[in-house]
Design a protein around this ligand. Structure first.
Ligand code: 8YV
Length: 324
């Protein structure tokens, strides 16, 4: 008998067919534990495949046969990894295929925020472009400004490459580990967080959300930034204290922000962020191109198939489960 997997995301037909060669695929709309169908499927499921839903102790309690969870994302902050480890459930993710696309999104947000792209486009739409534009339409330069990158992982490096080679930006970075190749190839300088915040014209956050990075940027850290600085977040919303950021933007403690991620998603339309004209808010589109989302889905499907075949040697969040 093929192992049962709970698929909680719609996938293209060719990937579903591929899954069906290996598994008994049970499609769910979500992982809402109050839904009897979800409970019934999870009671027998050995695999999970999807994204954007919480997988916690409550879910694991009703999924006693679960062996592998494959998330269609690089981030896995919505999984209780300790609980997965305790239950010897392998977690796989899609870390490499979205790197370049998320780096593109980050650069786009830097440019949009620096050049007031949203505001000026809206003014054109409203018919306000009736003469040569004057200074209240101007933005600020990006090229050759100092970029501070918080989190020099795969995505941080792809941002650094674009910024250094494309825009001639000096790079500062703060990360868990120093990266000698980045220092040698791009003359990047490792800094303490406070120094990075004080010296950077643009600050990009690309760290994953963990207990250590939650509210990494709060009122104190925002106060260290230049008044002309622009904060970009394409990682996870909760790495920033959103209330403190709103305050800093309102009082012009910093100049602007470009945000793809928020403490609560989708962003509520009553959020104060949407009332500020020095913020660009995007709907978490970091990896959202047709090509990259397909590559993520394909990678997650492959991860699941290989994991069940005992052939997965990459993309494991908790490989110690395999060893155990
Ligand atoms: C997507 C992301 O939002 O991979 C991640 O961690 O944040 C994004 O690529 C996610 O995959 C949505 O399902």
């Amino acid at each position: 008998m093929k192992p049962i997997i709970a698929l909680y995301k719609k996938l293209p037909d060719n990937l579903i067919k591929r899954l069906q060669q290996h598994f008994d695929v049970q499609l769910l709309d979500n992982l809402d534990l109050s839904d009897p169908k979800v409970i019934q499927v999870l009671a027998n499921a050995q695999g999970l495949l999807g994204s954007g839903q919480n997988v916690d102790k409550n879910l694991l309690a009703i999924a006693p046969h679960l062996k592998v969870a494959s998330t269609i994302s690089v981030g896995y902050d919505n999984f209780d990894v300790d609980a997965l480890n305790n239950n010897k459930i392998l977690l796989t993710h899609t870390p490499t295929v979205l790197t370049e696309t998320v780096a593109d999104t980050t650069i786009m947000l830097m440019l949009m925020a620096a050049r007031n792209a949203l505001t000026v486009a809206e003014r054109v739409n409203k018919g306000e472009w009736t003469d040569n534009i004057d200074a209240d339409w101007f933005g600020c330069d990006v090229h050759h400004k100092t970029l501070g990158i918080i989190g020099m992982g795969r995505i941080g490096k792809a941002i650094a490459k674009r910024a250094y080679h494309g825009f001639g930006m000096p790079i500062l970075y703060y990360s868990n580990h120093q990266s000698l190749p980045i220092e040698q190839q791009m003359d990047a300088h490792y800094c303490e967080l406070a120094d990075l915040l004080a010296q950077s014209d643009f600050v990009c956050i690309t760290v994953p959300l963990t207990a250590k990075t939650e509210h990494l940027i709060g009122r104190q850290q925002l106060a260290l930034m230049k008044k002309s600085a622009i904060l970009i977040n394409t990682g996870r919303g909760k790495t920033v204290d959103e209330a403190a950021l709103i305050e800093a933007l309102k009082t012009h403690q910093i100049q602007a922000a470009g945000l793809d991620v928020f403490a609560q998603e989708p962003l509520d339309k009553s959020s104060e962020l949407l009332q500020l004209d020095n913020v660009v808010c995007l709907p978490h589109i970091g990896s959202a191109t047709h090509e990259t989302r397909y590559a993520m889905e394909e990678c997650a499907v492959d991860n699941l198939i290989k994991a069940f075949a005992g052939q997965l040697h990459e993309n494991c969040v908790n490989p110690q489960v395999i060893d155990a």
